[in-house]
Design a protein around this ligand. Structure first.
Ligand code: BGC
Length: 247
């Protein structure tokens, strides 16, 4: 079978690559185009079409990640993206525009599946919670290898605040928080998630997981917490995996 292609729709870039499902590695160089300023569904679909044109394979299945709730291909939330996504049947729109079988998933869910299959969560039974720390906070709940989609733990209300508005990596950057200051906020966040779910393991993803040695040991919780290993590739890889399993 041709390698499935994963496309990751993020706040700054839209990135795509074919994925070798044996290894979880890219089967060709990743392609990237900056996210358009008005990232409406149509504008994003255009960019995705342009990205797909860059790959030789014109028929492989495509998996797409979106930073919002996605149920059966329909986007239901848009915390950090154009509100026009809400109510959009992204599966249908992209299948039509890209002319091939496309399935759309939540970005953190895709990252969780990738980490479970090829990365940090591999071989871990029980409840694994992956969180992505980026523009927002994404989450994937994985129980004995099965994904419970759309957990949205970045929007837990903690001390009257939407959790991601206090503890996302974008907040650390905007407020110029030290690693220590940020880790305090993360401790508050993970303590809450820990109390609600009693997970066996936290995996921390998102681009900042590359700097895990700067802050992870400062997070004071009981649950084991480890960095993701696929970094920013996890969304692409996970989307490619799940799309081959979707009907
Ligand atoms: C969205 C989630 C998404 C996360 C990370 C949150 O604001 O609600 O759906 O997974 O950001 O992008």
């Amino acid at each position: 079978m041709a390698h499935p292609i994963g496309i990751d729709f993020g706040g700054s870039g839209i990135k795509a690559a074919p994925v070798d499902l044996e290894t979880g590695k890219f089967a060709a160089e990743r392609e990237k185009i900056a996210t358009p300023k008005d990232a409406t569904p149509d504008a994003v679909a255009e960019v995705m079409a342009e990205l797909l044109d860059r790959f030789d394979d014109k028929s492989s299945p495509v998996g797409v990640t979106v930073p919002g709730v996605v149920r059966h291909g329909v986007v239901h939330s848009a915390a950090n993206i154009d509100k026009a996504w809400i109510g959009t049947d992204a599966d249908a729109l992209l299948t039509k525009r890209l002319g091939r079988d496309v399935h759309v998933f939540n970005d953190a869910d895709a990252a969780g599946v990738a980490e479970l299959r090829y990365g940090a969560a591999r071989g871990h039974a029980g409840l694994v919670i992956l969180t992505t720390l980026g523009t927002g906070i994404g989450s994937a709940l994985l129980y004995n290898g099965v994904l419970v989609p759309n957990s949205e733990l970045g929007h837990l209300e903690i001390d009257g605040h939407d959790a991601e508005s206090r503890a996302a990596n974008s907040v650390r950057e905007e407020k110029d928080l030290s690693w220590e200051q940020w880790a305090e906020r993360l401790t508050t966040y993970y303590t809450k998630v820990e109390a609600l779910f009693s997970p066996d393991l936290f995996v921390v993803g998102g681009g900042v997981s590359k700097s895990a040695d700067k802050f992870l040991h400062l997070i004071d919780i009981e649950t084991e917490i480890i960095p993701a290993t696929l970094f920013n590739n996890a969304g692409i890889v996970g989307a490619a995996v799940i799309t081959t399993e979707a009907d």
